[in-house]
Design a protein around this ligand. Structure first.
Ligand SMILES: [Fe+2]
Length: 267
């Protein structure tokens, strides 16, 4: 499945790009990035269902339900081309060792989802865009813990779009990494760690941030008076090449090299 539509023009997102440049993150409402009033309700109804989401053994938080897609995008000027990526496998990510295959939803079959992916990729300031990359799209439904602890996802940008919440809590936070700190080492919060965002995001709100600048996370959900809680959020990652493309390119190069050597052998 691919999407090459050229009739689409990106919305004016200069308010997001400016906040990102000044602060490293931005919180915006969906209408302000050109999504229609009924977009959230329709998109949520279509994707956040028991048929589409799955609870996977070994995942953490344990009670989380999820699904995932990975889009391969290319920018040529202002033209954005999208294709489903070959795999959605995650390897050694989020503190979980090994390769995981979560439930896949191929969202490019749906024009509404294509519109969302295009809009979210346009949140990345033009000068920060990579000519080619992968874009991870994660559908998360949590009931208790949202994440385990402050962390990096080791990608270029992270985008959260909160779609529904029952109960309280689930405050999203960002701790700015002190300058000159070694990103490979765990954050030592005895050293000055500035809490720059501590905010409960409501349905319709999006948070975008540059991953390397912050450790991020969210506090646990607090149940509603009936004792239950639930939060549906779309978490997207503008990936670095190391996530998928670097290995794919290396594999391609070695295949071409082998084919070349075999062709030479036949000369
Ligand atoms: Fe994360």
């Amino acid at each position: 499945m691919r999407d090459d539509s050229s009739s689409w023009s990106p919305p004016d997102l200069s308010h997001v790009w400016k906040h990102l440049a000044d602060h490293g993150y931005a919180v915006v409402e969906d209408w302000s990035i050109g999504l229609a009033d009924d977009f959230l309700a329709k998109f949520h109804k279509k994707y956040f269902t028991n048929r589409k989401l799955r609870r996977d053994k070994g995942d953490w938080p344990r009670d989380r339900k999820r699904a995932r897609d990975v889009i391969h995008y290319t920018w040529a000027g202002t033209r954005l081309r999208l294709r489903e990526y070959a795999t959605i496998a995650l390897t050694d990510r989020a503190g979980i060792k090994g390769t995981r295959l979560h439930k896949r939803i191929r969202i490019l079959a749906d024009p509404t989802a294509v519109h969302l992916v295009r809009t979210l990729l346009c949140l990345v300031p033009p000068r920060r865009r990579q000519p080619e990359g992968t874009f991870g799209v994660n559908f998360f439904r949590t009931f208790t813990d949202v994440v385990t602890k402050p962390h990096h996802d080791d990608e270029q940008f992270i985008i959260l779009y909160v779609m529904r919440r029952k109960g309280d809590g689930a405050r999203s936070y960002l701790y700015r990494i002190p300058e000159n700190s070694d990103p490979a080492l765990p954050l030592d919060c005895d050293s000055p760690c500035e809490l720059v965002l501590d905010r409960q995001l409501n349905p319709g709100e999006l948070l975008i941030f540059e991953d390397k600048l912050f450790e991020h996370g969210a506090t646990p959900l607090i149940p509603a008076p009936d004792g239950t809680a639930m939060r549906d959020v779309l978490v997207c990652t503008v990936d670095y090449d190391e996530t998928y493309l670097k290995d794919a390119r290396a594999e391609q190069t070695s295949t071409v090299g082998t084919e070349f050597a075999m062709a030479r052998g036949r000369d």
